[in-house]
Design a protein around this ligand. Structure first.
Ligand code: SUG
Length: 419
């Protein structure tokens, strides 16, 4: 089988809630304390995967992690019953749903040993996200265990923050051609933290055995982070030879464009001017947190969240682009409102891996029938609602733990029960 782009979506976990844990993420901050709907959230995610399948794309899944994270609480000398509310909320976060932050992926055509390299993100900037790496590593070591094709790396040391593929892009004339790998790091973000450290990005490039001539490190603009673009994928996305970005995404745009022009045959840059879509609208609508995908008929489709259609400047821009001669030929609108309210759009929910699907553990791949089975488990076991002050209730905790084991049973992945 040829190398294919596979989108692995994080299944939204049964503890999905709004605790306002992510400073600098305006949606998470703005929805703090609201009632969440885990069942709807997970079903929205499944429908998004179905929309991808309908476009003819290959689809994978990652599992929710065990929550509450009892081991972390124990290391803090407490328990879910006794922890202070903020600590408990961190241990209950369903943040592993945002698979774009699971790892950075360099496909085989880019690496010296011609293996696909994956480095798990340390996510050290936010406490609730720093809990993810161990479970992510366990899953990747099962899904991508064929050492002839994959090399899975543990996180880089936490001295240097790494947030995975959300700050990494790849341009290539085709998915299976050698590409230009773009690492975007932050230095400062006004009042908000810059989460990706350049030393983490450089370490990953070395570990992945990338060709330095086809690797570029670019600084994210301070204005973008200050406007709420806590990850680069809130203001830019790439697919094959196309880079789609906001005018104010990068600190040194010209250096990036020069590298793209030199290394990517047929490179096309689609820029959205601040005068047409201000940064604030880009962040509110998640226009750039779209999935930019090539379906088998060769048409490039932008999979945007409903919030993009509801933001006047953004929808006007999309209609104008579609009417013109640009590379994006279709727009697909998906409803992922529950995730969006925590700052996670269609692109946050997926990790792209270019590989031959036959080399991956099939339990991590999805088709309609498998999604039906997952949806059944979600309908039966996922809590309908979680109020912020209910996060430590024993009945909720029992439901959340039972829901995850029912999913693992259904998927034949019970070996990951405590991972
Ligand atoms: O890290 N939200 C996530 C959203 C991540 C989106 N991912 C990408 N852009 N790739 C974050 O800020 C909110 C959790 C809370 O508030 O409870 C949260 O973690």
């Amino acid at each position: 089988m040829p190398l294919t782009e596979i989108n692995f979506d994080g299944i939204v976990g049964p503890s999905h809630n709004y605790a306002g844990l992510s400073f600098g993420n305006v949606a998470s901050m703005g929805h703090a304390g609201q009632v969440s709907r885990p069942r709807s959230a997970a079903l929205e995610g499944i429908d998004k995967m179905r929309a991808n399948l309908a476009l003819g794309l290959a689809q994978g899944i990652f599992l929710p992690h065990p929550r509450p994270h009892r081991g972390w609480l124990a290391r803090l000398g407490t328990s879910i019953e006794e922890a202070e509310p903020t600590i408990a909320a961190n241990a209950m976060s369903a943040s592993p749903m945002w698979a774009a932050n699971a790892a950075t992926v360099s496909p085989a055509p880019d690496t010296a040993d011609r293996k696909c390299h994956l480095t798990v993100a340390n996510l050290r900037t936010m406490p609730h996200r720093s809990l993810e790496w161990r479970s992510t590593l366990s899953q990747l070591l099962v899904a991508f265990r064929d050492g002839a094709y994959f090399q899975v790396h543990p996180p880089v040391p936490p001295a240097f923050g790494d947030e995975g593929a959300a700050n990494h892009m790849r341009l290539a004339s085709g998915h299976a051609e050698p590409g230009l790998e773009i690492f975007v790091y932050g230095v400062s973000g006004g009042a908000f933290p810059a989460r990706q450290h350049v030393e983490a990005s450089k370490a990953i490039a070395r570990l992945h055995l990338l060709d330095p001539g086809r690797t570029v490190f670019v600084q994210q603009s301070e204005a973008a982070i200050a406007a709420g673009a806590f990850h680069n994928d809130v203001v830019a996305v790439s697919n094959e030879r196309v880079l789609f970005a906001h005018e104010q995404a990068f600190a040194d745009k010209q250096r990036l464009l020069d590298a793209c022009q030199t290394n990517v045959p047929g490179f096309e840059y689609v820029e959205v001017a601040a005068a047409e879509v201000p940064l604030e609208d880009a962040v509110k609508s998640y226009l750039f947190n779209a999935q930019l995908v090539s379906s088998p008929d060769g048409e490039m489709t932008l999979v945007v969240p409903t919030e993009a259609r509801e933001t006047a400047s953004v929808w006007r821009w999309i209609e104008r682009h579609l009417a013109g001669n640009g590379p994006i030929r279709r727009v697909e609108v998906v409803d992922v409102r529950e995730s969006m309210a925590n700052g996670g759009g269609p692109a946050c929910l997926r990790l792209r891996v270019v590989a031959d699907p036959a080399t991956i553990d099939p339990r991590f791949l999805a088709d309609e029938a498998r999604l039906d089975r997952i949806a059944d488990v979600v309908r039966q076991h996922w809590p309908e609602q979680i109020a912020h002050d209910a996060l430590q209730r024993p009945e909720l905790i029992a439901d959340v733990e039972r829901a995850r084991s029912a999913l693992l049973d259904t998927l034949g992945l019970s070996e990951l029960a405590s991972a």
